[in-house]
Structures are given as structure tokens and as C-alpha cells.
Ligand binder design. Structure first.
Ligand code: ZN
Length: 385
């Protein structure tokens, strides 16, 4: 965990601290190449800002963990530390991305932290739901993750930098990853391997050249793979489940007493806007006394929501406004609006942001992917026989 200082100098009255939680293996908030990342945007607004580098972060990856471990151990420890260094009663704003968002929901709905410690929650491309596009879901339905884990063996941390030393098993996995179809190809080998495993996590045209280079030549040096089997169970269920695939969390909406903001990219990659749509409906239905907002940002896919060249103009204002309103005490909803919230949630109408064109593209892409998988499988069988 890292602490940025001097927030109190600029703010008259001390605001609640903010805890940022990264997605899988990629730093999304502290970006040295960008003139304005989310850390600096928050500091400029006078927030004490904390960045959690959990056990899936490339700086200190774990060889053996699940997504649940982050919600059960890492996040509670981070919040405890912030409270120790402030006062025990301090409440924290949480901003989380992708697997970080799944983890904070596991922490809250699993009862590992109390919502009494959280003053607001904002998640990008994640929530208690996790809906993938057709091609990413197909990848998760096929036995690719078990095959990849079997290929890797005991050493599950995959070095990504092209020049790093790899064993034969890691070499084979990287070779297979490069062959997997994806939306955009890249000249960086590291980007090719990473997007082969996850699928493209951003639209290249949304990133500055310096950001793209820093990401793959410096930041994402290692990919800890051991949480993939748990992540696969979550992806296939479409919502957070425990490592055994059991629905242990969604049954506890009473633990989610927080105002929320769920953000999706409107030009879908990996995770669809249905993720934020369902979360917003769920929260309005079960916690109508709190303010709940959902935003779909046009032109952005997944990670580019946070690391894009225009993120500080098009995405961060939503996050800062959500946190700012809570700081001003506008986080509760009362009377007529509360009952309107519940009625709207119960209607379960179609998502107005659903991008049907992209759904069709994703389905066509899935067929391409399935064909490639079958060819690879047949090649493997013929080599073994
Ligand atoms: Zn690339």
C-alpha cells in the first residue's frame, strides 16, 4: 500500500479518504506517463488517497490465491490500516476496477468488512454482477483455463516482459496465447500475450503511445494466474460466487448500505454494460434509501476508462462528482424518490444502453475463436497420437 501526502494543506476541512483498488494485474490509477491520472485528480480535490496493490498486482504477485482472498484479507487489512492512521471511526470512499470491483463486493457481501466503514462505492466495469461479451464468455466456457493451469504447473506467475527468463511451460503458454484471436493486434509481444489470455482490455486508439509503452514495457511485468479458476467460476455464473462456485454473496443485499456509482464502457470489451445495469437495478431495489447512479461512457471499452488519454475529461468527473456529492451529505434518498427507486428497479426493463451491433460482432468473433480452438485442439491431438 502506498500513501500520498499533503492533501490536508489544500483542503480546509478534512475529507474522507479514498481507497483505490486495481483490476487484475494492471496498474490503473497511478500513471507516471499521464498528465492527469485518478490519483492526482483526487489529490487536487483534497482527498487523502490510498492505492491498494493487492496480491494480484505485478509488483508482488502471489503464486496461490483466489479472488476471494483479496476481499477476505487484502481489502479489510487496507481499510484497517487507513483507520489506524486516521481515527477508527473514519469512513472510506472506495473506487475499484474489474476484479478489484468483484473483490470489494465479496468483502462487503461476504461480511469481511462492514458497510459502516465505507462512505461510498464506485466500480468501473464490475459489480456484484459480471457479464462478459459473447467471445470472452465462450473462452471461459471452453476448458481453456484448466488447460492453461495444467500447462503452467506449480509456478503460476507468468513473466510478461519479452526479454524475461521463462521456463518451457511458460514458453508454451505464451506461444498459445499469441495464436488466440482478438479484436486488435499489436506490435508489442507483451500486449499480444496479455490480450491473448484476457482478450483486448482497451481500445488502442484511446491510449497515448507513452501510456501503452509504460504499461507493457514497465508496469505489467508479471501475471499471477492462480486466481483464474475462481475468476472463471464468477464469469460463467455472471455474478460473484465463492471459489467453489456457491452463491454465498448475492443473498446478502442487506450488507450493501452504501451509495453507489457503477460505470461501464459503451464500446464494449470483455465486460458488458449489463454489469452496471443489473447492479444499479439490484441496489435501487434492495437499498432504495441510498443514491445509486449508473453511467455508460461512449467510446471507451474496459481499462481505457481509467488509463485513456481522455479519461480525465470524460470519466473522472463522474467519479469525482459521485464522491463530492457524498461528501456534501447528498448520499441518501428519502420519501417519494425512495419509493420511485424501488418501483423502477422492479420493472426490470431492457437496458437502454445495450449495443446490439457490438453483440452481433462479438457473436461472429466467437465463431472465429471456436474454429481456432478446434484447430489447436486437433493439432494437439495429432501431435500426441
Ligand atoms: Zn498493444
Amino acid at each position: 500500500m502506498e500513501m500520498q501526502s499533503e492533501w490536508e494543506v489544500r483542503s480546509g476541512e478534512k475529507k474522507n479518504p479514498v481507497l483505490l483498488i486495481n483490476g487484475y494485474s494492471i496498474e490503473s490509477y497511478c500513471l507516471p506517463t499521464e498528465p492527469k491520472d485518478l490519483v492526482r485528480s483526487l489529490l487536487d480535490e483534497g482527498y487523502e488517497t490510498w492505492l491498494l496493490e493487492a496480491r494480484l498486482h505485478p509488483r508482488h504477485p502471489s503464486n496461490d490465491f483466489t479472488v476471494e482472498d483479496i476481499g477476505k484479507f487484502d481489502i479489510p487489512a487496507a481499510i484497517k490500516k487507513i483507520q489506524e492512521l486516521n481515527k477508527l471511526s473514519v469512513k472510506v470512499h472506495v473506487v475499484a476496477h474489474c476484479v478489484g470491483g468483484l473483490s470489494i463486493h465479496i468483502a462487503l457481501m461476504g461480511g469481511h468488512i462492514s458497510a459502516d466503514n465505507i462512505v461510498s462505492l464506485c466500480c468501473s466495469n464490475s459489480s456484484m454482477f459480471f457479464k462478459l461479451n459473447a467471445s470472452s464468455l465462450l473462452k471461459m466456457k471452453l476448458p481453456i483455463v484448466p488447460i492453461a493451469m495444467a500447462v503452467l504447473g506449480k509456478d503460476t506467475i507468468l513473466p510478461l516482459i519479452k526479454t524475461s527468463k521463462v521456463n518451457l511451460r511458460q514458453k508454451v503458454l505464451k506461444f498459445i496465447a499469441r495464436l488466440i484471436p482478438r479484436y486488435q493486434r499489436c506490435t508489442y509481444d507483451e500486449c499480444e500475450v496479455f490480450s491473448g489470455i484476457f482478450g483486448c482490455s482497451f481500445w488502442h486508439e484511446n491510449l497515448s503511445a507513452s501510456m501503452h509503452q509504460w504499461l507493457y514495457k514497465t508496469s505489467v511485468s508479471r501475471l499471477p494466474m492462480s486466481a483464474f479458476p475462481h475468476l472463471r467460476k464468477i464469469c460463467n455464473a455472471g455474478f460473484i460466487v465463492d471459489p467453489n462456485g456457491q452463491n454465498e454473496y448475492l443473498i446478502h443485499p442487506e450488507r450493501m448500505t452504501v451509495p453507489t456509482l457503477y460505470i461501464s464502457g459503451g464500446r464494449t470489451l470483455l465486460v458488458t454494460p449489463e454489469t452496471s445495469f443489473l447492479a444499479n437495478q439490484y441496489m435501487r431495489l434492495h437499498q432504495p434509501g441510498f443514491r445509486h447512479t449508473r453511467v455508460v461512457v461512449d467510446g471507451f471499452g474496459h481499462l481505457d476508462l481509467l488509463v485513456g488519454e481522455e479519461s480525465h475529461e470524460k470519466v473522472f468527473p463522474h467519479i469525482l462528482s459521485h464522491i463530492g456529492l457524498v461528501e456534501k451529505g447528498r448520499h441518501v434518498v428519502t420519501g417519494a424518490k425512495e419509493s420511485k427507486y424501488s418501483k423502477e428497479a422492479l420493472s426490470w426493463s431492457d437496458d437502454p444502453f445495450e449495443d446490439r451491433k457490438r453483440v452481433v460482432i462479438s457473436c461472429i468473433f466467437s465463431l472465429k475463436f471456436l474454429l481456432c480452438f478446434l484447430m489447436l485442439f486437433m493439432l494437439l491431438v495429432s501431435l500426441l497420437s
